[in-house]
Design a protein around this ligand. Structure first.
Ligand SMILES: CSC[C@H]1O[C@H](OP(=O)(O)O)[C@H](O)[C@@H]1O
Ligand SMILES: Nc1ncnc2[nH]cnc12
Length: 294
């Protein structure tokens, strides 16, 4: 972290399966945010929580109409950036790939393997090429806060683990599930990539609370995952998720120095010479990369 400048964080919460609203927000207002990348999943819910500005987005839209492969991840992240969000807390239902991570357990993942293939994965393109670092895709500062609050609330959790992102929408075959286990992955889901990559390109801090709903299909003593089982466990998980979010937001919302690990990600990432840049693409990048393209 650098100490040159203090910022007032704005907390973005992306709600996954079973989380289509956020409790306890004051001055609540659902508002449409336009982006140059098309429509976000839904309107954004603006509000404050203990004086901290928050913005909530239901990842799949209210009522869950949008499947993982059709999510407009670029519009979602751009809209949150336009709304002033600095720190994104993503809440996701996941399948467990390890015996010691049972349904109801929360995993504060710190790595991803991206096996999605049918999604737009970058804001940058021909006419403005950028390569951001993804070695550490999750904000350790945000995880520190989540870990502290989860401990205080007595929520069962593990810090650290790899989230394997599959394309879906079908669940994995047993061979795929065993492959991901052989890679040492902790959990499997369909949504956190390219979300985390785009958050990094947009210079926003990102962390996920991966809430285990099932043992996918590898466990010999548990039934293979179904939507019915996921929804049933999510109903219980959602209560802990709400308690955790309420505790995390005020803690994350305190004034702090710029967190260069994400908030300066574009300082050395754009390789296209100014004269070779496409002005139309540069205009679309106003929210995401305006800081360095001005
Ligand atoms: C309803 S089970 C499969 C669905 O749930 C997870 O989504 P999210 O991360 O938004 O909670 C998973 O990735 C699938 O999209
Ligand atoms: N087993 C699983 N695979 C992929 N996404 C999931 N979301 C919840 N459980 C899942």
């Amino acid at each position: 972290m650098s100490s040159e400048q203090e910022i007032q964080p704005v907390i973005g919460v992306i709600g996954g399966s079973g989380l289509y609203d956020i409790d306890g927000l004051e001055n609540k207002e659902w508002r449409r945010v336009e982006t140059p990348w098309g429509e976000p999943s839904d309107e954004l819910l603006f509000g404050t929580f203990e004086g901290v500005q928050c913005v909530f987005l239901p990842r799949h839209g209210r009522g869950h109409p949008i499947p993982p492969s059709r999510l407009n991840f670029r519009a979602n992240i751009d809209a949150l950036k336009r709304a002033g969000v600095t720190d994104i807390l993503s809440l996701s239902a996941v399948g467990s790939l390890k015996e010691e991570l049972p349904p109801g357990h929360f995993v504060l993942v710190d790595q991803f393997i991206d096996r999605s293939f049918a999604r737009e994965k970058s804001f940058f393109d021909t006419g403005c090429v950028a390569h951001v670092g993804m070695a550490d895709p999750v904000s350790a500062r945000v995880l520190d806060v989540v870990q502290g609050e989860a401990s205080a609330l007595g929520i069962p959790f593990t810090r650290g683990g790899t989230y394997l992102v599959m394309e879906g929408p079908q669940f994995s075959t047993r061979a795929e599930s065993e492959l991901y286990r052989s890679w040492g992955c902790s959990v499997v889901g369909m949504t956190n990539m390219p979300e985390a990559k785009l958050a990094r390109e947009a210079e926003m801090n990102y962390a996920t609370v991966a809430m285990v709903t099932d043992f996918d299909c590898w466990h010999t003593e548990h039934d293979s995952v179904t939507v019915e089982a996921v929804v049933k466990v999510m109903t219980g998980n959602a209560e802990n998720a709400r308690r955790l979010v309420k505790a995390v937001i005020p803690a994350l919302g305190k004034k702090r120095p710029v967190d260069a690990s994400a908030e300066r990600a574009l300082d050395h990432a754009i390789i296209t010479a100014p004269a070779a840049r496409d002005p139309k693409l540069v205009a679309k990048l106003d929210a995401v990369a305006g800081r360095v393209l001005k």
